[in-house]
Write a protein that binds this ligand. Structure first.
Ligand code: S3P
Length: 176
């Protein structure tokens, strides 16, 4: 098992890019948030409401750990997956980690309506997003094997860059 993990802030394009990439690589696509909501039988917002953020993070860690037994895939992770030390360790050991970098402003423009994003929907998203991103930026960088700046790029163009980076890494690791 060796997964390709897409990490980054909300609105970075992890799910859209992940689906394009999975198709190009001929691998299954896994959306970690979708796995969590399926197994909980609740939406992300409902999980936050009923179980708190802590409950959601517990489910997120379980979902990530379960991938150790799963066939190789492209995995779109939720924006907060890097918060837990154990998750960062798992990401590093289970495959290649791609950080899709986006500014808070562009992320908010892509997200549009923040309904369904429990960390942004209560209050001033324009003020909260930069603070949240600044607090996580170092964690994304710490765990990333590859960083792709998505500013102004289409999902197809980002997927091209990730594909090329994976190809370059594969060539480098190939015995000569
Ligand atoms: C979160 C991001 C969301 C989701 C949850 C928490 C975060 O996923 O996991 O709302 O902490 O940044 P996306 O990044 O796919 O929106």
């Amino acid at each position: 098992m060796s997964h390709v993990f897409l990490i980054g802030f909300m609105g970075a394009g992890k799910s859209t890019v992940g689906q394009i990439l999975a198709e190009r690589l001929g691998l299954p696509f896994v959306d970690l948030d979708a796995r969590i909501t399926e197994s909980a039988g609740r939406s992300v917002v409902e999980i936050f409401d009923v179980e708190g953020e802590q409950g959601f993070r517990g489910r997120e860690s379980e979902g990530l750990a379960a991938l150790a037994q799963a066939p190789s895939s492209v995995v779109a992770c939720g924006g907060g997956v890097v918060l837990a030390d154990e998750n960062r360790r798992l990401l590093k050991t289970m495959g290649c980690v791609i950080y899709l970098k986006v500014s808070a402003g562009e992320a908010l423009a892509r997200i549009g309506d923040t309904t369904g994003r429990p960390l942004l929907e209560h209050g001033d998203a324009g003020a909260m997003a930069p603070t949240l991103l600044a607090a996580r930026e170092m964690l994304y960088r710490m765990v990333a094997d590859v960083i792709v700046d998505t500013s102004g790029l289409s999902a197809e163009a980002v997927a091209d860059q990730v594909f090329d980076a994976l190809d370059a890494a594969r060539r480098q690791n190939r015995p000569s």
